[in-house]
Write a protein that binds this ligand. Structure first.
Ligand SMILES: *Cc1c(COP(=O)(O)O)cnc(C)c1O
Length: 411
C-alpha cells in the first residue's frame, strides 16, 4: 500500500522538483496533459511581449536583421537537434508536423525510386496515414500506403517497401517502438524510415545519429513546451543531404533568397526544407519552451517519468480495484513512452468528470483515458491526489451525470 507521505518524501528528495518553478501552473489543477500541450513557461509571456512591443513595434522590418529574426528558426532547430541526438545542421524548424511529414515522405520516396510501398501501422496517428495516402495519390497511383495491423511491422518490410513511416510512441497506448532495431531492419531490406517523434522528443533521450535514423519529424507544442500550434521540426540524416529533394520549393529554401532568381536552386543541406517566412512569435515561444529542458537532464527525467507512471498505475489499482480500468500501456519499461493509458467502457464521461474536478488528461477514441507524465512539472504527491480524485468520481458515480456525456469538439 502506498501512502501519501511516502510520495511527498519522494518529492523532497527529487533533484528535479524545482524545475516546476519555471512554469505557470494554475492552482487546483493536476496537469496530466503536457504530452498534448506543454504548460506555459514563465519566461514566455515576457519574451513574446518584447518581440511584439520592441522588435516588431519599434524595430519594424529592421528586426529581421537587427533582432536576428531571420536566423531564429535555425537557432531553435539547433536546440532541438541536441535534444534528439541529431548531428549539427540536420534539423529544420517550421510548418506543422503534418506538413513536415509530407515533405519528409516525398523526399524519402525520391531516394528510393523503383520501390512503391509506404509501410505504416493501422493504429498510427491518423495524420501520418492521411498524408501518406494523399501523397501516394498525388504521385499518380503507382505508390500505395500499406498499413499493417498490430505490431508486425519489421516482418512486413519487403523489396517493394520504399519507406517505413512510424510514430515512435503510440499516441493511444503509449507503446514505444525500438527505434534502432526497426531502422536496422528497414535498412537491411533497402528501405528508409521516417520517425514521428511527436510523443518522444523532449520526453526521453534520443540518439537519431547513433541509431542511423533517416528522417524524423515532431511537434513543438507537446513535450517541447512551445505553445499551441508551435512549429514542428524535420530531421534528415547528413548522408541523405546530397540527394535531398523536397516537394515544397519555397523562396526561403533557395540558395540565395534575396537574389530573387527566376529559377529555384536549393539551399545547401537541411536549409532547403524551409518553405516560407517563419512565424516569429511562435518561434520565440518555442525558443522559451526549449530553454526549459536541459539536454543533460533527459536521462534523469526519463527515469522519473517511468517511476511516476508505475506509481500512477499502482495507485489506480489501490484506489479503484474494481472500477473496470484495464491498463493499455505496456508494463515493460523499454516498451513505453511517457504516458499511462487506461481502457474503460465510459472513458469519455470519466475523463470529463476528472477535468471538472481538476485532473486534466484526455480521452482518445474508442475507450482510452490518457494521462501524460511530464516529470519537469509533475510531483509524486500529485499522483496520489489524482488517484484519490479518480476514486471519488468512481465511487460516487458522479461521472454518470448527463453533462459529462456531452461530446465537445476537442477531446
Ligand atoms: C500530435 C501529433 C501530430 C500532430 O500533427 P500537427 O500537424 O502538429 O497537427 C502528428 N503526429 C503525431 C504522432 C502526433 O501525436
Amino acid at each position: 500500500m502506498l501512502a501519501r507521505d511516502a510520495l511527498a518524501a519522494l518529492d523532497t528528495a527529487d533533484p528535479f522538483v524545482s524545475l516546476r518553478d519555471a512554469f505557470v501552473l494554475p492552482d487546483g489543477v493536476i496537469y496530466l496533459d503536457g504530452n498534448s500541450l506543454g504548460p506555459l513557461p514563465r519566461a514566455t509571456a515576457g519574451r513574446i511581449a518584447a518581440v511584439v512591443e520592441q522588435e516588431w513595434g519599434q524595430g519594424l522590418i529592421r528586426s529581421w536583421n537587427d533582432a536576428g529574426w531571420i536566423d531564429l528558426a535555425s537557432r531553435v532547430a539547433a536546440k532541438i537537434a541536441v535534444l534528439i541526438g541529431a548531428e549539427p545542421d540536420t534539423v529544420a524548424v517550421g510548418d506543422s508536423t503534418s506538413v513536415n511529414t509530407f515533405k519528409a515522405l516525398a523526399a524519402a520516396l525520391a531516394l528510393r525510386p523503383g520501390r512503391h510501398t509506404i509501410l505504416s501501422q493501422q493504429d498510427n496517428f491518423p495524420t501520418d496515414l492521411y498524408v501518406a495516402d494523399g501523397l501516394a495519390r498525388l504521385l499518380g497511383g503507382e505508390h500505395r500506403l500499406h498499413a499493417v495491423p498490430g505490431d508486425g511491422i519489421a516482418e512486413a518490410i519487403d523489396p517493394q517497401t520504399a519507406v517505413v513511416l512510424l510514430t515512435h510512441v503510440n499516441y493511444r497506448t503509449g507503446a514505444l517502438h525500438d527505434l534502432e532495431a526497426i531502422t536496422n531492419a528497414a535498412h537491411a531490406r533497402g528501405a528508409l524510415v521516417i520517425w514521428d517523434l511527436a510523443h518522444s522528443a523532449g520526453a526521453m533521450p534520443l540518439d537519431l545519429a547513433g541509431s542511423n535514423a533517416d528522417f524524423a519529424v515532431g511537434c513543438g507544442y507537446k513535450f517541447l513546451n512551445g505553445g499551441p500550434g508551435a512549429p514542428g521540426f524535420l530531421y534528415a540524416a547528413p548522408r541523405h543531404h546530397g540527394g535531398l529533394s523536397f516537394p515544397l520549393t519555397g523562396w526561403l529554401g533557395h540558395a540565395a533568397p534575396f537574389a530573387f532568381e527566376a529559377l529555384y536552386r536549393p539551399a545547401p543541406g537541411i536549409a532547403r526544407a524551409v518553405v516560407g517566412t517563419p512565424p516569429i512569435l511562435s518561434l520565440a515561444a518555442l525558443d522559451c519552451g526549449l530553454d526549459t529542458i536541459a539536454p543533460g537532464a533527459l536521462p534523469g527525467l526519463r527515469a522519473k517519468s517511468l517511476r511516476q507512471s508505475e506509481l500512477l498505475v499502482e495507485l489506480v489499482a489501490q484506489f479503484c480495484p474494481s472500477a473496470g480500468f484495464v491498463l493499455a500501456t505496456p508494463a515493460e519499461r523499454s516498451r513505453r513512452g511517457s504516458q499511462v493509458s487506461l481502457h474503460h467502457e465510459h472513458a469519455y464521461e470519466i475523463m470529463q468528470a476528472l477535468i471538472e474536478h481538476g485532473v486534466i488528461g484526455d480521452f482518445r477514441v474508442p475507450d482510452i483515458l490518457r494521462f501524460g507524465i511530464t516529470p519537469m512539472t509533475l510531483r509524486y504527491a500529485d499522483l496520489w491526489d489524482a488517484a484519490t480524485i479518480l476514486a471519488r468520481i468512481m465511487d460516487s458515480g458522479v461521472w454518470r451525470e448527463a453533462k459529462y456525456a456531452v461530446r465537445r469538439t476537442v477531446t
